[in-house]
Write a protein that binds this ligand. Structure first.
Ligand code: ADP
Ligand code: MG
Ligand code: MG
Length: 923
């Protein structure tokens, strides 16, 4: 590109609303903090200009125009045309070329850019301004007809697709442009795009245009002005295309934001071997390790790196070596066939390294940079905060804080609590002994196993049926988003570390192996042929089991079991300790068994918030004793059975209390509806009758007598305790005996006995007195004293509303928000699946209330309960033990309510710890 020639005039008059912001070539109307108006890409292009980095000149059409466009039946504000004309004139002056000039044409790219980056969602058009006349000007500028026709060919293809809508019809059709391109290569006897000469490319331009005419019924526009407005319209139009809408709904991006459009002078990475295009990250976004990483392609343009047409090369020498090692390629071969940018263009590489460092320090975060090299000159085309895996997110936040580039608060706020899952969810258990099928790029770490599906639709279907799947595609595209969400992991035949599949995988935190060239996928027959390293070919059909390791890139046949997680590493431990220092909420775990308690402790749990005793009742053949108790005709029969359950319960409690020594353990007395314990089928009844020495008919009659029409609201929880007091008495006795046993061993125990499903203070009063009577008796008999508390779960709305009365009897509250949500919303969780998704889709409820706590309904009940509960009893301890206790937004709410702790399943504990820290930090 030519150097600036004249100083540009200011494009806008004072009075007109400003729709256009210029960047590059000395102008920087925008700034990084103007993302709302300029979109992320535009704001950062302006910021890079501000920093003095080489940015090709251009301008941003603001998101306000997008808003206007949709508010005014897809038309533009009247002043826009003139402002675009002026801004374009400035670019012409800076570059020294004119748009549409047949002798010396300016070419531009038209790039979309929303506030939040939406990878691949919006389409960019390159080389705009080419037609049958200006192409000659481009030949004159470049003295390179092949380049000119290559650019022209790309332009017609992109414009034909994005603006004129010539796309594959149906999921099995290939891109018609690609078919024509393949055909051209075949007819010329070549395999690479780069081997096609100018004549062939020129023929392709005509063939592409003919395709457009035939399939879309429109003549390809020759007029650059018309091309430009067509492209601008297409960018705004794409804000409402199906895949953008899907993406927004997954990532909760409001429709009202709109997108900006960037029009920018082209720089060319496809002018020859001293040209290239690439993508770089200032650190490794898979592992978080420091050091520039990334990929480039010599003599290529735009999306070539991402599109996976050629396998890109590594930017650094170290990266290239590691790559070759994974591929089993000898170093000599690697150096000649796969040189890194560092080796090939060392001074440009050093400049890139400098800019990358400057950008990372400036933004104080890892950057994802797009660049192009035109005749040994580096141009910066984009920078943004890099997406990263959960593993990398923690590592990077940790490292940046340790080197003081950010403070700890910032570091803690940078990691999405959900991302911590990746530290906990493991790779393959043992060294996989399953047959290694192939190796691709380890594009997103973690391991996944499941059955093969070849389409997004199949993935969604299988996941809905509860099956785990690995999505296998030649490459993925934004249309596949839904299926990617449903799959355990992705495997693609093409594409590099920056391919669509790789980016989305890291974002979703799913394992991905990309660019696995050994796969030949045949969609119509729903199978693929894999050529193994030893040359053997294996056919894998849809539905067969497959395992992938997104770290090493290995693909195995069959289902490899998963194993330990990286959570023991020091950066994780340190990062989590910062979170612990920052938070006020305590975090406990829901755990019923000693192994779970041990796991929870190792993940940082500070107690058990919910130990369900019914699980203990189901273990092994205990269930028969439980059934015997429930089906007994009289108290005597029940007590006989309970006496047999007592030692079993006691040993359970010894196990769990011992494991949690020194930490509180909330034990909930028996809760579930009776029908869950009763025998169902005739066979089960017959077997049980034989065991109990009674008749099947009697058992059946007994079972029928216990039948309830609505068991969830029936004879359960404390109602059972009121009517069959001997059950709770046995449980209390087991708990206190266990505690006394341990106390004698000098193990510190803190049991909290929790009575479920209380709706009235009187229920709790009766049961608490009973509990204390039993406890006293046990302690007397044992000659040991232990301290314990008695409290209740708040899950019946009435208990929340009368919390003052309840608190007079309860020493603690624990919100059982699963039941509280069901009862407050009058919504059965087990049945809501039929209509709730539509409710959420239509915004009746913003979120699934069983996932994210319903603040204004359930939350309001909680607020009432907290305030009247604390009024009645100042030191009332309050926690939450529903599923919501491990969900970040709900944890934040619990923090705001002033709860003492949240409790969640063991694997959610780190998530809750970080969410609690973030809530305390006010992020
Ligand atoms: P996306 O949002 O999908 O990343 P971009 O607008 O960044 O789309 O465009 C994709 C690629 O097109 C860029 O990474 C760059 O390689 C190329 N590109 C865009 N504009 C230009 C330009 N003015 N000159 C050269 N290449 C460009
Ligand atoms: Mg980009
Ligand atoms: Mg409950």
């Amino acid at each position: 590109m030519a150097r600036p020639q004249r100083k540009a005039e200011r494009p806008t008059s004072r009075r007109a609303v400003r729709y256009i912001y210029a960047f590059g070539g000395g102008r920087k109307d925008g700034r990084a903090d103007m993302k709302d108006l300029l979109g992320g890409k535009g704001a950062n292009l302006a910021e890079m200009s501000r920093l003095g980095l080489p940015v090709p000149p251009g301008f941003t059409i603001s998101t306000e125009v997008c808003t206007y466009y949709y508010a005014h039946e897809r038309t533009y504000p009247p002043a826009l045309r003139q402002q675009v004309g002026q801004a374009l004139a400035r670019v012409e002056q800076v570059v020294g070329r004119r748009f549409g000039d047949p002798a010396n044409p300016l070419l531009v790219s038209v790039r979309s850019g929303a506030r939040a980056s939406m990878p691949g969602m919006m389409d960019t058009i390159l080389n705009l301004g080419l037609n049958d006349r200006t192409v000659d000007g481009l030949i004159a500028q470049s003295a390179n007809p092949r380049f000119a026709y290559d650019s022209y060919r790309r332009f017609v293809q992109m414009y034909g697709d994005v603006v004129l809508g010539l796309k594959p019809e149906g999921k099995h059709e290939e891109d018609p442009f690609e078919v024509a391109l393949e055909e051209k290569k075949r007819s010329r006897g070549v395999t690479q795009d780069t081997q096609l000469d100018a004549v062939a490319l020129r023929e392709l331009v005509d063939e592409f245009k003919a395709l457009v005419k035939m399939r879309r019924g429109v003549v390809f526009p020759e007029d650059p002005e018309e091309q430009l407005w067509g492209a601008i319209g297409a960018v705004f139009g794409s804000w409402m295309n199906a895949r953008a809408i899907t993406y927004r709904s997954i990532y909760r991006i409001p429709e009202s934001w709109g997108t900006a459009v960037n029009v920018q002078a082209m720089v060319f990475g496809n002018l020859g071997d001293d040209c290239a295009t690439g993508v770089a990250f200032t650190r490794d976004v898979a592992t978080g390790e420091p050091g520039l990483t990334g990929e480039y392609l010599p003599n290529a343009q735009g999306e070539d790196v991402v599109a996976g047409i050629r396998t890109p090369l590594q930017i650094t020498r170290a990266g290239a070596r590691a790559w070759a090692e994974r591929q089993g390629m000898p170093e000599e071969e690697r150096r000649t066939t796969r040189p890194s940018l560092e080796e090939r263009m060392s001074s440009v590489y050093r400049e890139l390294l400098r800019h990358a460092g400057q950008l990372e320090r400036h933004y104080r975060d890892v950057q994802d940079i797009e660049f192009t090299i035109e005749r040994d000159r580096l141009w910066m085309l984009q920078t943004r905060v890099a997406k990263r895996t959960g593993i990398a997110a923690v590592r990077i936040a940790h490292d940046l804080a340790r080197t003081k580039l950010v403070d700890r608060k910032t570091a803690l706020l940078r990691v999405e609590p959900e991302q911590l899952q990746q530290w906990l969810h493991p790779g393959f258990a043992a060294k996989a002994t399953h047959p290694l099928l192939a190796r691709g790029l380890g594009a997103s770490p973690g391991a996944a196993a499941g059955e093969v599906v070849f389409s997004a639709e199949a993935a969604i279907e299988a996941a809905a049926a509860g099956r785990r799947v690995v999505l296998v595609r030649v490459e993925t595209s934004p249309e596949d988003i839904g299926g990617m969400k449903a799959a355990e992991g992705f495997l693609t035949a093409r594409g590099g570390m920056t391919s669509h599949a790789a980016i989305v995988a890291r974002q979703m935190g799913k394992p991905c192996v990309a660019g696995c060239a050994a796969l030949e996928i045949d969609y119509p027959s729903q199978q693929m042929t894999v050529t193994r390293a030893d040359g053997q070919r294996v056919v894998i059909g849809a539905g067969m089991a497959l395992s992938i390791d997104g770290g090493s890139g290995a693909v195995y046949q069959g289902e490899v079991p998963l194993g330990p997680a990286p959570a023991g590493r020091p950066e994780f431990t340190r990062f989590m300790s910062w979170a612990d220092e920052a938070r006020r909420l305590r975090v406990r775990a829901n755990a019923d068994r000693p192994e779970e308690a041990r796991l929870a402790r190792s993940l940082g749990a500070e107690g058990i918030g919910l130990c369900r005793t019914e699980h203990m009742f189901f273990e092994g053949d205990r269930i028969d004793t439980v059934r015997e108790m429930l089906l007994a005709d009289d108290l005597e029969g029940r007590e006989r059975a309970l006496a047999r359950l007592l030692p079993m319960q006691r040993s359970d409690f010894i196990g769990i209390l011992r494991e949690m020594r020194g930490l509180p353990v909330t034990i909930r007395l028996l809760d579930p509806p009776l029908h869950e314990f009763l025998p169902h089928g005739n066979q089960e009844i017959a077997a049980l009758a034989a065991k109990l020495g009674t008749s099947a008919a009697r058992l059946r009659a007994k079972r029928d007598a216990l039948h309830e029409a609505n068991p969830m609201l029936g004879h359960r929880g404390c109602r059972l305790g009121i009517t069959y007091p001997e059950i709770y008495r046995m449980q209390v006795r087991a708990i206190i005996e266990a505690a006394c046993t341990l106390a004698r061993e000098r193990v510190k125990v803190l049991p909290e006995i929790m009575i479920p499903l209380v709706g009235a203070a009187a229920e709790l009063r009766i049961l608490r007195e009973d509990t204390e009577r039993v406890a006293r008796a046990v302690m007397e008999a044992a000659g040991t004293k232990i301290s314990f508390t008695v409290g209740t779960m708040i899950e019946v709305p009435r208990a929340a509303v009368t919390a003052g009365e309840v608190a007079a009897v309860a020493q603690f509250f624990s919100f059982g928000t699963n039941d509280l949500t069901q009862m407050a919303l009058g919504l059965s969780r087990d049945d809501a699946g039929r209509f709730l998704p539509e409710y959420v889709r239509r915004g009746i409820y913003a979120e699934d209330p069983f996932v994210v706590l319903d603040r204004s309904g359930v939350g309001e009940l909680m607020r009432q309960a907290v305030s009247s509960g604390r009024r009645a009893r100042r030191d009332l301890k309050i926690g939450i033990c529903g599923e919501h206790g491990g969900e970040p937004q709900s944890v934040r709410f619990c923090h705001e309510l002033g709860l003492d702790y949240v409790s969640c399943s063991p694997y959610r504990v780190p998530v809750a710890r970080l969410a609690a820290a973030q809530a305390a930090l006010g992020g």
